[in-house]
Design a protein around this ligand. Structure first.
Ligand SMILES: [Zn+2]
Length: 267
């Protein structure tokens, strides 16, 4: 009887142990499954990250091409090294089915980070160059001082004051009615505003970059020597002062002291 009781006890203990062990194993199996799911999920994320890193480098290459395109658009020189750099980075992406490791991603991102700084510097340089070009374009003569018909072109012509003599006409004459606003054809500093011989009441602008413009025969001046003007500012009013046969603007464009044909600057 005592033996039976002892055996029952042993059986109970064994059974309890077995049940406990089974439960432990089942928990371990569940944990294992969870870990495997986690590893799969992480691997999926690594592959996604790899694709994104490749996209970052691709975008960097696109940025460099864009930089070169913008330079070309505004007529700035495109550095050879930029084109080379752009072409070498495009090939960085492997086949789409290729498995990416964290080391690959780190390498790709390191390269991208190395490319960002010079790309930023190039863009800053480009910005400065574009601004300088905008500044130059704002200054150099472009446009008509008044709207009107060209009554006398640039170059050698018969004297408008009769006779058979010829003379060199240093500008173009634009016919316009008396009192019409005469406008600066580019940003400039007024270097002369007053009466000067045959020019009558005349304004002379210095645009920098080697350019000057002359506006002659005005009835009234609207600027003073030394002041600055922007393109389109009213500098005078049409008249017939000086050596003139009727109201018009005598307009000259000089580059490095030489008379150019103003028509080339009047689109
Ligand atoms: Zn003239």
């Amino acid at each position: 009887m005592r033996l039976a009781a002892a055996m029952l006890l042993v059986s109970l203990v064994t059974l309890t142990w077995l049940v406990a062990d089974y439960l432990r194993l089942q928990r371990a199996a569940e944990e294992n499954q969870e870990l495997r799911a986690l590893v799969n999920e992480q691997e999926r994320q690594i592959q996604a990250l790899g694709l994104q890193a490749a996209v970052v480098r691709e975008r960097m290459a696109e940025l460099e091409l864009l930089d070169a395109e913008v330079r070309q658009m505004v007529g700035l020189p495109t550095a050879e090294e930029e084109r080379n750099a752009a072409s070498t980075t495009v090939s960085s992406r492997g086949g789409p089915a290729q498995r990416v490791t964290l080391t690959d991603i780190r390498n790709t991102l390191t390269l991208a980070a190395m490319e960002i700084e010079p790309a930023k510097e190039r863009l800053e340089d480009l910005k400065e160059e574009v601004e300088a070009e905008q500044e130059r374009l704002a200054h150099i003569p472009n446009g008509w001082p008044v709207k009107g018909r060209i009554s006398s072109p640039f170059g050698v012509r018969r004297s408008p004051f009769g006779g058979s003599s010829t003379e060199f006409h240093a500008g173009v004459d634009i016919a316009a009615s008396y009192g019409t606003a005469v406008r600066a054809t580019g940003a400039a500093r007024v270097v002369f505003a007053g009466i000067k011989g045959g020019y009558g009441r005349v304004v002379i602008l210095d645009h920098g970059y080697g350019y000057r413009t002359v506006y002659g025969h005005n009835s009234k001046l609207n600027v003073k020597t030394g002041q600055t003007v922007e393109r389109g500012d009213i500098i005078a009013y049409v008249g017939s002062s000086g050596r003139s046969t009727g109201p018009h603007v005598h307009y000259e464009v000089l580059y490095q002291g030489r008379n150019k044909n103003p028509s080339e600057y009047m689109p």
